[in-house]
Design a binder for this molecule. Structure first.
Ligand code: URQ
Ligand code: ZN
Ligand code: ZN
Length: 485
């Protein structure tokens, strides 16, 4: 049994920090304690003056996504490899059926693509259309395939956009199954209208992208999804919140006791909308993603959202398109494939701008990069925790290690890095996946196909209570007899 003993480090969980050694073997954390014995043949990791943290969980990636007439350049092997190089040891990606494509067919297709992953992964499944077969497949996915989250794109009219009928049917089904509903909150009708208006007015370059998706487009959809989820009594997770309007919608709902969770991308926290006004098309187009990067007041609000508990997780929406792919929209910004990279740099960017700035404690950093996603998607403490019996997915983190982010040195399969030139302090020196060292001081040791699909069980306890509630409050028909004489 090959084992790894991490010695002399300071363990950081979301809820506590303490000095202890960590022994990993057989894919899990076997023992935690001071001055542990070194088993024969164990590989030693000297973690002195370093933190020992749960490996990052990125709950929002799109490896090798077919989208807008092309396919994302990062695949499940290169993408999970880039992730572990930056301290992220699990991704939750997306199965996105085309309208009328059976959900089970799409699920099996994505599972095939993900076989090559180097680290653990799971899938949210998007509901992009509705009929009885979708209702049935959602049940099969929850009951047999470990899916507990269903995604709804409120944007992308004419492609994968879910209208209110799909939202209402799918949210209702998610509640029945004990699953969580998640949304990409942008009003697709408004986006299409503004895109066409801008293009007709002669705005054809990437500067048109943010103009066609102003904050109000996101605020409306966030509020609508929240209201529908409230009426239907289903928990809701809003991905890549980028605007104050969405934050306000979530904060109001949570203050009202509604179960709504918010995600923010590392990019939206530190990159502003000036990128779209860069005269170089390739530079501006490389930043075209939705929702767009916004002006600085939105970033300040997003950091506050993370600090105060309106936002719970950080992600990247890692969806890579290289310059030749982005050039599809050279004369029409509506055709630029939407998506940026980030899976390798999320943890470092969050540490530098979050912990070094004093915005987040080290424990809050762990919560935001790993533990909260594990709890929301029901895989805690197997994931998102340094505890005996948990998976040995670990980032050994040197708070003094400096690096400059660049496409010249990153492991991501994309010719651009949205954090290009950013100098950061704090980085993983060693990453373990399933108790094996997959990255050590620049040495990449990932193995294609070593990653596992992680089942995520439904949220039975919450729903049992809900069933009791709805049974108690079951509406009864009013008996109407003949009018009293
Ligand atoms: O919308 C998403 O999350 C996918 C299609 C990635 N692209 C993007 O612009 N966010
Ligand atoms: Zn999205
Ligand atoms: Zn996405």
């Amino acid at each position: 049994m090959s084992s790894v003993l991490i010695k002399g480090g300071t363990i950081v969980n979301a809820d506590r920090t303490w000095k202890a050694d960590v022994l990993c073997a057989d894919g899990i954390i076997q023992e935690i304690g001071e001055n542990l014995e070194t088993p024969a043949g164990a590989e030693i990791v000297d973690a002195a003056a370093q933190y020992v943290m749960p490996g990052g969980i990125d709950p929002h990636t799109h490896m090798e996504l077919p989208f807008m007439g092309t396919t994302a350049s990062e695949d499940f092997f290169t993408g999970t490899t880039a992730g572990v190089c930056g301290g992220t040891t699990m991704i939750i990606d997306f199965v996105i059926p085309n309208p009328k494509e059976p959900l089970m067919d799409a699920y099996k297709k994505w599972r095939g693509w993900a076989e090559k992953a180097a680290a653990d992964y799971s899938f949210h499944v998007a509901v992009t259309w509705w009929d009885e077969s979708v209702h049935k497949d959602m049940g099969t996915l929850v009951e047999k395939y470990g899916v507990n989250s269903f995604k709804h794109f409120m944007a992308y009219k004419g492609a994968i956009m879910a209208d209110d009928e799909v939202l209402v049917n799918s949210f209702t089904r998610a509640r029945e199954l004990g699953a969580i509903a998640t949304v990409h909150a942008e009003n697709g009708e408004l986006v299409a209208h503004l895109q066409n208006e801008l293009f007709a007015a002669g705005i054809t370059g990437p500067e048109g992208h943010p103009l066609s998706r102003p904050p109000g487009v996101e605020g409306e959809a966030a509020e609508r999804a929240i209201r529908i989820a409230d009426v239907l009594n289903v928990p809701l997770y809003i991905v890549h919140n980028s605007a104050i309007q969405a934050l306000n919608a979530i904060a109001r709902a949570r203050a009202d006791g509604q179960r709504v969770f918010g995600e923010v991308l590392a990019g939206h926290l530190v990159i502003d909308d000036s990128v779209y006004r860069n005269p170089d098309f390739d530079f501006a187009a490389a930043h075209v993603m939705s929702p767009p990067f916004r002006s600085s007041e939105h970033q300040a609000a997003l950091w506050k959202g993370l600090q105060c508990g309106t936002l719970h997780t950080t992600a990247t929406d890692h969806c890579c398109f290289c310059a030749p792919q982005k050039a599809a929209g050279k004369d029409d910004f509506r055709k630029i494939p939407n998506g940026c990279g980030g899976v390798e740099d999320r943890m470092g960017v969050l540490w530098h701008h979050g912990v070094n700035s004093g915005r987040l404690t080290v424990n809050e950093f762990v919560a935001a990069t790993s533990t909260n996603a594990a709890k929301i998607f029901n895989i805690y403490p197997k994931k998102g925790s340094i505890s005996v019996g948990a998976d040995a997915d670990i980032a050994v983190w040197d708070p003094e290690k400096t690096r400059t982010i660049s496409a010249k040195t990153h492991h991501q399969n994309i010719d651009f890095n949205v954090f290009e030139g950013m100098e950061i302090k704090g980085a993983n020196t060693v990453t373990l996946s399933q108790g094996k060292i997959v990255y050590k001081d620049g040495d990449v040791r990932t193995v294609k196909g070593a990653g596992r699909y992680i089942d995520r069980p439904p949220f039975a306890p919450f729903y049992d209570a809900l069933k009791i509630k709805s049974a108690v409050e079951k509406p009864t028909a009013v008996k109407r007899g003949k009018k009293a004489a």
